[in-house]
Design a protein around this ligand. Structure first.
Ligand SMILES: [Zn+2]
Length: 201
């Protein structure tokens, strides 16, 4: 676990940081899409190893590229809520935050998983949505959004942290494009060789 998820687990035990599983199963997640080039690229990489994943979409991106939502669902992936405008929870009133989550709901059908952008969420926001949503955090952050990421070291780190039930964060976004394109195929190969199943949450 990285530092934030370790700390977060103690302060926010009501959020989901890992899943209890009985077999070698991991949960890959992709935040901030859909994007017209990167999301199909990710879907293709996943398809090559028979992996399914959960996509935490930003409503305003889904509005622009709504055809990708159907493609994700048709391919067996889950489409889940990441707010409409990618809001920072700590800087946003609970009323506005909850309304923004509701605005994203038009694109996610009946899915009840939510991930707060930047991992930021206030207790009052948790209380307002937890009867409706399971709030999904992570135990492994690829840090694919960092412009100067050392991909080789990042790959080593995420491989080492992987265990049954892990929830791993990637991004299908412009900011992460270069890193996710080098990290993901190698990581998927590793998971397959290790006998993991990559499932939707
Ligand atoms: Zn995000």
């Amino acid at each position: 676990m990285n530092n934030w998820s370790k700390l977060g687990y103690y302060f926010f035990p009501q959020l989901t940081w890992r899943r209890e599983v009985t077999r070698k199963q991991v949960f890959l997640t992709f935040d901030d899409g859909p994007h017209p080039d990167i999301t199909p690229w990710v879907m293709d990489a996943l398809a090559q190893v028979g992996a399914k994943a959960t996509f935490f979409i930003v409503g305003e991106n889904a509005q622009r590229h709504f055809e990708l939502i159907a493609q994700l669902t048709d391919a067996g992936h889950h489409v889940a809520n990441h707010t409409f405008k990618h809001l920072k929870g700590w800087r946003t009133s609970t009323k506005k935050y909850v309304a923004d989550i509701a605005d994203c709901e038009d694109y996610i059908k009946s899915n009840t998983l939510f991930r707060p952008p930047y991992g930021q969420i206030k207790y009052s926001q948790i209380r307002s949505i937890q009867s409706k949503y399971e709030i999904i955090m992570w135990d492994i952050l690829s840090r694919d959004y960092l412009p100067n990421l050392n991909v080789r070291r990042a790959l080593r780190r995420i491989k080492k942290a992987t265990r049954p039930g892990s929830i791993v964060v990637f991004h299908d976004s412009v900011k992460a494009e270069k890193n996710v394109k080098s990290l993901l195929p190698a990581y998927l190969l590793f998971l397959k060789e290790e006998g993991y199943t990559m499932s939707v949450l």
